[in-house]
Design a protein around this ligand. Structure first.
Ligand SMILES: C[S@@+](CC[C@H](N)C(=O)[O-])C[C@H]1O[C@@H](n2cnc3c(N)ncnc32)[C@H](O)[C@@H]1O
Length: 285
């Protein structure tokens, strides 16, 4: 009953800014930032031009912030098709989802479809459906890029039309791009912009693994390149915040900046046990 759990999480959010219209993300995504929101909002600048989030994932912070003008991007093509289609054709997606069934046979039939042979509306409905009906509700693909999470056997609704309509409305003033984060930032970042960088985290401990959000990985060298870009953005006059794990490599990299550490619960992919980890927020100013 994902719907009830998510409602409980979001009904009473003591950190909500009065009068601010926020919505919850429509996807559950590995590394989702809902838990960190009460901390992240402390670093929202009073004034900024546009908002840029180049590793958008489930977009928890974006949907919370509801910026007047924004650029969101990701290197996961399925995800970007989903955002664009929710923006442009939400009613068609809802109509199609209404014909889907939360049943095991239907799930495996849907999972086996090749997304590249589907229309964008079918592709989006498939991703939303699999995300909410699969085990643990996470998007994960194998090396060939095929979605490989088993059926979650959860009863109840697997989509909420109002959440999708609200998301579509939020997305109307947002540019959505399929791009590497460096391309997004070099193309769009200007003085006075507010930028949230939520890359795949540096892996920590024995459970650590370079996360498989996409077929591509985010390696040590990528973290170094990201730090160089972080410096460039701060020097350009952008307001930048970045999240990562508290790995010594990351702590050393950003040692010249203000760093805030926060304990968070982590869900490990295959077993549903909660573990505690430490996330950091680096504040670039
Ligand atoms: C930690 S997740 C983002 C979580 C998200 N902020 C949320 O709240 O749900 C990281 C995202 O970065 C994307 N990604 C990985 N490498 C990338 C790259 N080089 N450029 C852009 N996006 C990338 C992944 O597809 C994934 O969606």
């Amino acid at each position: 009953m994902y719907k009830v759990e998510e409602r409980i999480e979001t009904i009473e959010e003591p950190w909500l800014i009065p009068d601010q219209v926020s919505i919850k993300p429509f996807l559950k995504w590995a590394g989702g930032k809902t838990q960190l929101l009460p901390e992240l909002i402390k670093y929202i600048p009073n004034n900024y031009n546009k908002y840029i989030e180049p590793f958008i994932g489930g977009g928890a912070f974006y949907f919370h912030l509801n910026p007047a003008e924004a650029v969101i991007a990701d290197l996961n093509y399925e995800l970007i098709v989903t955002y664009k289609t929710i923006k442009q054709s939400v009613e068609n997606v809802i109509s199609l989802l209404k014909t889907f069934k939360n049943e095991e046979d239907f799930f495996y039939e849907m999972r086996s479809k090749d997304p590249e042979k589907l229309t964008n509306i079918e592709r989006t409905a498939r991703l939303l459906y699999l995300n909410k009906t699969c085990f643990n509700g996470l998007y994960r693909v194998n090396k060939k890029g095929q979605f490989n999470v088993p059926y979650g056997k959860r009863s109840g609704n697997f989509f909420d039309s109002e959440v999708l309509r609200d998301a579509s409305e939020f997305l109307q003033n947002t540019k959505i791009e399929f791009a590497d984060y460096l391309e997004t930032l070099r193309k769009h970042a200007k003085k006075g912009d507010f930028i949230f960088l939520d890359p795949p985290y540096y892996p920590v401990g024995k459970y650590g693994d370079f996360k498989r959000y996409t077929k591509e990985f985010f390696y040590h060298d990528d973290q170094l390149a990201l730090k160089e870009e972080f410096d460039r953005l701060v020097n350009l006059g952008c307001h930048v915040i970045l999240t990562n794990s508290d790995h010594p490599v990351i702590m050393e990299l950003y040692k010249d900046y203000e760093i805030k550490s926060i304990e968070t619960k982590r869900m490990i992919n295959s077993d549903a046990k909660n573990r505690t980890g430490v996330d950091i927020i680096v504040i670039g100013r």
